[in-house]
Design a protein around this ligand. Structure first.
Ligand code: SF4
Ligand code: SF4
Length: 289
């Protein structure tokens, strides 16, 4: 089992980066919609162009298909050999935090790293000779604040989307009708590959989720996420406002849950664990499997 070393913001670590770029190889960098805008702005292209050129699974993950290799691991699509990150000012939270991770438990934010050895020491052992920094100082230097806000706003949107899936199951008479297929499909989606789930969601909803048509307030993650929430609610209303049959409610509930799970993966959550939690909640409220 992977050991997690939890940190306080006062812990001092060899957090001065030697800029060798080893962590820009063979890594997984997940994205939320605001981070896609941030990357596209830095690249001077549209979010759609950035998504189509450099991302996987509808935009929730950066491609690591660069030509450069380190220990046989391919570089990030944004990595330029002998230069470094081509989108440094717009880089996502995962890159700003590395080698740290961020978790929210009981509404409290925790920072940590995986393993019992500080991760940079493997690829960049020279960091042990560089100045140590407190975790809080490191986060400030990496300007994580806006990116952490975006992450938190999108966690709320994820829960809102799941709540719509719950309402379509529990408040429409679908669960009371004895339906068992909806929860079965929720579980299948929580366990399926991201490319499969992206296919299931389809282009139109995927675009609404990952590249919403928002041109104002794009620098402010909180306003951006609120505008995004409004757009998603309008689409839900337009598409689900006049549903009538149990089959229609079932399909809509499955779609909303699929979108919530896909966004969850982009936020670094584990869809397998999350879907079990949501299934249990639905069962406690009368749904059956
Ligand atoms: S592994 Fe650590 S020290 Fe090396 S480039 Fe990445 S963040 Fe910097
Ligand atoms: S976005 Fe930049 S910092 Fe992040 S992995 Fe890619 S090249 Fe490295």
């Amino acid at each position: 089992m992977m050991i997690t070393t939890k940190l306080s913001i006062h812990d001092k670590l060899p957090l001065t980066c030697s800029r060798k770029g080893t962590c820009c190889h063979g890594n997984r960098v997940m994205l939320n919609p605001w981070e896609l805008v941030s990357l596209a702005t830095e690249k001077k292209i549209t979010p759609r162009e950035f998504r189509d050129l450099y991302c996987e699974f509808g935009g929730i993950r950066l491609r690591f298909d660069g030509t450069d290799r380190w220990r046989e691991k391919p570089a990030c699509s944004q990595y330029i050999p002998d230069f470094g990150c081509s989108v440094h000012l717009g880089r996502p939270l995962a890159c700003r935090l590395f080698p740290l991770g961020r978790q929210i438990q009981s509404e409290e934010v925790h920072y940590m790293y995986q393993g019992d050895q500080f991760p940079c020491l493997d690829g960049c052992p020279e960091v042990s000779g560089l100045p140590q920094l407190k975790v809080g100082e490191y986060l400030k230097g990496q300007r994580t604040e806006q990116f952490e806000k975006a992450q938190d706003e999108y966690l709320v949107i994820m829960q809102n989307l799941a709540d719509i899936a719950f309402e379509l199951l529990l408040d429409t008479g679908l669960a009371e009708s004895g339906d068992t297929e909806t929860l079965q499909l929720w579980r299948i989606m929580g366990n399926e590959l991201p490319e499969k789930l992206a296919d299931r969601i389809g282009h139109e909803w995927m675009d609404s989720l990952m590249i919403p048509e928002i041109t104002d307030d794009t620098e402010d993650p909180v306003l951006f996420a609120r505008n995004h929430t409004d757009l998603l609610q309008l689409k839900v209303q337009a598409e689900f406002g006049s549903l009538q049959t149990n089959h229609e409610f079932h399909k809509a509930s499955v779609l909303m849950m699929g979108i919530a799970l896909h966004l969850a993966r982009g936020l670094g959550a584990n869809p397998e664990i999350l879907v079990e939690h949501w299934i249990e909640t639905a069962k406690k409220n009368g749904a059956m499997e």
